[in-house]
Write a protein that binds this ligand. Sequence first.
Ligand code: ASP
Ligand code: MG
Length: 410
Amino acid sequence: MALFVQKYGGTSVADLDKLQKIAQKLYKLQQEGNQVVVVVSAMGKTTDNLVKMIYDLSENPPERELDVLLSTGEQVTISLLSAALESIGARAVSLTGRQAGILTDSNHSRAKILDINPERIMEELSQGKIVVAAGFQGADQQGEITTLGRGGSDTTAVALAAVLKAEVCEIYTDVSGIYTIDPNMVKDARKLPYISYDEMLELANLGAKVMHPRAVEFGKRFGVKIHVRSSFSQEEGTMIREVTSMEEKFVVSGIACDVDLAKIAIIGVPDKPGIAAKVFTRIAGAGINVDLIVQSIRKEQENDILFTVNKGDLSKTLSILKEISDQFGSKEIYFDENVAKISIIGAGMANSPGVAAAMFKALADKDINIEIISTSEIKVSCLIKKDKINLAAEIVHDAFMLGDDRLTMV
Ligand code: ASP
Ligand code: MG
């Protein structure tokens, strides 16, 4: 008897018809002699609508109430799916995050899972029930409802797969896998048969929205393979798993584009120790993630510091900088929202010289100016003008022949 953990995202459970189809699939799987745990998201755009409602009422809603509200979305789905299962003769039980034993810290709207007590789930499974668990939610030590951050149902599913020792966690979604690049941007995009956890983490953090980054971290930590596949077809998707050193690795597996950024430049700060520490400690203290950072020498004893933040964090960052600017005495602070980041990711890159150069050349050939460059072992990112991002996506995808059937391997 195998144990299956499956997760269905918002578009996959968007209406009753879809829920009924999923119920049939789950029941069949169980009747074939398997144990089934299913994690679901809120239906369609429910979470977005709930967010809008509370913000229409209050500019700054209490975090606790926001989580109490948002967690209701998934609760609607679990009860309906369980009822759909029962209506076709299956035995099923819906469980909220707390009932499913998901203990989190108390950071509302971005809580981390600390522990999972699987007793209740195991008990229900042993009674022959299909367990329908709410994604995206848990409870802290005090029993307060928490949520895991937008897209967090993926994390619930992988964490449950880990604690229940399922070999694979299947993520059913509205795309048929992980692509070399967003197929909406480049029509030659190709589905990858597999990708390593590290590459997927980079992709997820760099703006590919398919998977919640924390879910990939869980997968890596507990060795749970994650199969990302379409809920609307039978075809195999993409397996996120460890790629061993014996296996072939793609030089470049994928490309991520992020247009949700703003660049900030602090011009003419004194060249002395402690300035960067001061600036970035304050920004981090406000919970703002900083990405590409560059410091360059303007002239003797003066530096410029450039960095990017998410567009949503721009005004908060600017007001922090204004507040502390007399402490580091910069001449000017600029910002630019007309920027975008294109990144290539590939585990094989570390062993292939010239990958970054090939990317720069492809951009240069189309006269695309690079404003900031940042690299790691498995990625190269370039900040460019936002209005060039589609062209850049196309040509970089081409430059690494990612649309071809045979990807370049090392
Ligand atoms: N319903 C939540 C969201 O829309 C969580 C999820 O779907 O994963 O972000
Ligand atoms: Mg999702």
